[in-house]
Design a protein around this ligand. Structure first.
Ligand code: LER
Ligand code: MN
Length: 270
């Protein structure tokens, strides 16, 4: 298994990332802990010196398996399902603007909360159509760049649009793009899935990326998820991608990241 750690290119509100502060210092720590890559959260590629970031990543020998796009929602309120057409347009443009860097790094582009929530007063069928339209456009553009899009089911307390793996897979099938797959996150799965292992097996080769956190969204080993069983199910699907740490920084970022990777590696599931 290959390991990556979620890291933001700029300060952000999202709490499930262990590291804040100096980007270069964090990269060094992450590399020293035995991670193979960094999942980079980028708010706006046009306002980020991506060449400089890439230079730092290369200096530490870290790859970029995926790019997180959720800050456009969390920090700016852009979404695929906003009732305002202009905001929907900007959300799609923002997603598309990640593609050049994704091609350069070989990263998948994650679409999680950029799909939005169901705004009060919006017809769910209409929201679904907007979402379908936005994903179709992103996938068409991404195909031109040879980039994969990883759609993330997210638990009901963060959005009411597509919470579980089964409905996520139906949506992916409906969009019908070969470059659209799924990001499964053990924290959301623990809330939404009838069986975490069963849903991993159901998603099979549509799993493009994977987030780990324990049941309490702290580092693996600090909650009640059975990671030996979860990683075995994932391995059985033939998954060869990264396990990406997206968990809280309790008791502190460095300790959490270190304990998480050490615990998962100790399970011996290669
Ligand atoms: C992002 O990967 C995620 O898991 C969400 O909880 C973001 O709100
Ligand atoms: Mn996640």
């Amino acid at each position: 298994m290959k390991y990556s750690m979620c890291l933001s290119a700029s300060p952000a509100k999202f709490e499930a990332v262990p590291f804040t502060g100096s980007f270069e210092k964090n990269l060094r720590l992450i590399s020293d802990m035995g991670f193979d890559g960094v999942e980079l959260a980028v708010r706006n590629p046009k306002e980020t010196d991506l060449d400089a970031l890439l230079g730092c990543l290369e200096a530490e020998g870290l790859s970029v398996p995926a790019i997180g796009t959720g800050q456009a929602w969390g920090e700016e309120g852009l979404s695929f399902t906003d009732p305002d057409r202009e905001i929907r347009k900007q959300a799609v443009e923002r997603a598309v603007s990640h593609l050049p860097f994704a091609r350069q790094t070989g990263a998948a582009v994650i679409i999680g909360l950029l799909r939005g929530i169901l705004t009060p007063g919006t017809d769910p069928v209409q929201a679904h159509e907007w979402m379908y339209d936005a994903f179709s456009r992103c996938c068409d553009e991404a195909l031109k760049y040879g980039v994969r899009i990883a759609f993330e089911p997210i638990n009901r307390y963060e959005t009411s649009l597509l919470n579980g793996a089964e409905e996520g897979l139906e949506f992916i099938e409906q969009v019908g793009s070969s470059n659209l797959g799924m990001l499964l996150d053990t924290f959301h799965m623990n809330i939404e899935e009838p069986s975490i292992e069963g849903s991993i097996r159901l998603a099979g080769d549509k799993i493009f990326h994977f987030h780990y956190a324990d049941s309490n969204r702290n580092y693996p080993g600090s909650g009640h998820l059975d990671f030996a069983s979860i990683l075995t199910a994932l391995k059985d699907t033939g998954y060869t991608g990264f396990l990406s740490g997206e968990h809280r920084s309790y008791p502190d970022g460095e300790t959490a990241a270190r304990k998480g990777i050490e615990y998962l590696k100790s399970l011996g599931i290669e």
